[in-house]
Design a protein around this ligand. Sequence first.
Ligand code: SF4
Length: 319
Amino acid sequence: MNPTSGKRVLLAKPRGYCAGVDRAVETVEKALETYGPPVYVRKEIVHNKHVVETLRERGAIFVDQTDEVPEGALVVFSAHGVSPAVHQEAAERNLRTIDATCPLVTKVHNEARRYAKQDYDILLIGHEGHEEVEGTAGEAPEHVQLVDTAEDVDKVVVRDPSKVIWLSQTTLSVDETMERVDQLKARFPNLLAPPSDDICYATQNRQVAVKTMAPECDLVLVVGSTNSSNSKRLVEVALQAGAKASYLIDFAHEAQESWLDGVETVGVTSGASVPDNLVMDLLAWLAERGYADVHEVTTANEKIMFSLPPELRRSLKTG
Ligand code: SF4
């Protein structure tokens, strides 16, 4: 019998880079080309070790806070967005800024501002400590309460139960978020929903693709970094949808031989901040172990693209 018979790989599509990540990475690349290094970047431009390392080698300097950037230098804000306080700090230090916040994160910021202006209590569903949540909450700190766990739902206190809206981080599990919304609705029947989905198209599409293939998989490998919210959610979604096991790895060499014991079908996907060459490395690693038969499972074709930040486009035009 052929020792590899029955072994196959299901490869999720869509996977990997979303439009917001593509734009953010290109922003730093173009800034390095246009202005020359060093280009400072506040926080990881996107949550992926490989991407950050590659840009660092090309002259990007990653800092945690704007006060680490020398006066007058150029700083790029990451795809996850920043609060108005960070913009203000940058202005006070005379920093030149390029804002690579994903337009879909900006959309949630705008919603937070709009409903705060109308004096709503805003219940922001998201993960405590995540940069995106800090940025969105910072738009209206007086009006926003973070709801992360089911226990947080009980702790919410609002001024007027008829003026409450929920918003969310863009990279959450769709199912888990709806659970949280149901719990909130049980407490606040008049709870308003965001005018359009806050969980972005890329997060949703990657979850749908994983959900579709996971029931057939003995193992699902997700390429992504441990600080990447949407990547971590893909592991959870795979397990909930029926995969027998699922692991998150940054690089192919982190995969363990023992995970393949008794495994016929391996599902492969990647988070929205992962370049596809890392997925190709994993497919090569699997092929060396008999999993060379790869079938793509396509659940959507993404065509969304975002133009570069206006401050960079202006320089490119005049440069
Ligand atoms: S995951 Fe969604 S919100 Fe985040 S950068 Fe990508 S498209 Fe934008």
